[in-house]
Design a protein around this ligand. Sequence first.
Ligand SMILES: Nc1ncnc2c1ncn2[C@@H]1O[C@H](COP(=O)(O)OP(=O)(O)OP(=O)(O)O)[C@@H](O)[C@H]1O
Ligand SMILES: [Mg+2]
Length: 299
Amino acid sequence: MSSSASARAVTAAEPPMPGLPIKLRTENVGMAFLRDDKTLPVLENINLEVGNGEFVCLLGPSGCGKSTLLSAMAGFLRPTSGAILIDGEIVRGADPRRIFVFQERGVFPWLTVEGNIGFGLRKLPAKERAERVGHYIQMVGLEGFEKSYPHELSGGMKQRVEVARALAVNPDVMFLDEPFGALDSITRMVMRIELLRIWQAERKTILFVTHDIDEAVQLADRVVVMSARPGRIQQIVSIDIPHPRDISSPRYLELRDGILSQIGLAHRLLVISAAHRKQNAGSGHSSPRRSFFYFGDTR
Ligand SMILES: Nc1ncnc2c1ncn2[C@@H]1O[C@H](COP(=O)(O)OP(=O)(O)OP(=O)(O)O)[C@@H](O)[C@H]1O
Ligand SMILES: [Mg+2]
C-alpha cells in the first residue's frame, strides 16, 4: 500500500486547496508556557495556510498542542513567537466574526435551547433574531425543543445546540475543538453528517480539532497531522474524495492507512488486524469502520 499520493513532508507554509484565497495563515508560530519556573515548549514552527471555505482538521496526540493552536488562531492566546493572520491582518484578540466551540461542554444551563442559540444575537431586532434562531433550530433538527433546558436534552442534542449557536452568529471562521468528543459513536456519525451538510450549504472556513483519524478523513479537505509535544506539523494530507465519502472505498482506506503509517502505528495495527481477521475467518475482509485514535483515546 502506498501513501505517497497523500503524504508529504512539511517544510514551509502549506498552501490551501488550489483555487481558494487564503483566509488564515500562521507564520512560524511557536508557543511556550511557564510551568514550575521552567519553560514548556508546546508548539514549534507552525506554518500553515487555510483557504476561504476550507475544512481543515488538526489531528494529533493528546497534549501535542491542538487546543493551544486553535485558541491562538481564534485570538484567545498570543503566540510566544511568530504570527497568525486572518484576512491578512494579525489576530490580536477574539473577534465576534469567528466562533469557537470548546472541548468542554459550553451550553449555558440556565438558558433554553432558543435562549442559547440566540445568545450571540441580542443586538438584532426581536423579529430577525427569532427568525435566525428558528432557522438554525430547524437546521440541526431541534424543532419541538425550543423551550427545553440543557438538562432536558441528550448529549448529542446539547452539542447540536452548541453548533447551532455557533452558526447562528454567521461566523466566517469556525474553530471546533473536539466538538463531538463526548458523544457515542452513532451520534458522532450523525453529527459529522450534519456538520458536513451545514458546511456544504454555508461554506464557512472550519478548523476542527480531533484525535480520531477516521473523523478527520471523513470530514476534512486537508488533515494536518501534528507530532507529539512540542507540536509541529508532521504532514499534511489532502483528502481528495468527494462527499459523501464511502468509508469502505480503497481510496479512503489508503488515505487513512497512509496517516497511520506516517505516525508509526501501521505496523502495530497490522498485528491487531491480523488477529481480527483470524477471529473473523471467512468474512473475507477486516472492518473499515473501526475508529483509530492517534496514540489512544484519552477521554
Ligand atoms: N495555560 C496553560 N498553562 C500551562 N500549560 C498549558 C496551558 N495550556 C496548555 N498547557 C500545556 O500545553 C500542552 C498542550 O495542551 P493542549 O491542551 O493544547 O493539548 P491538546 O493537543 O489539545 O490535547 P488533548 O488532545 O488532550 O485535548 C499540555 O502539556 C498542557 O499541559
Ligand atoms: Mg485539546
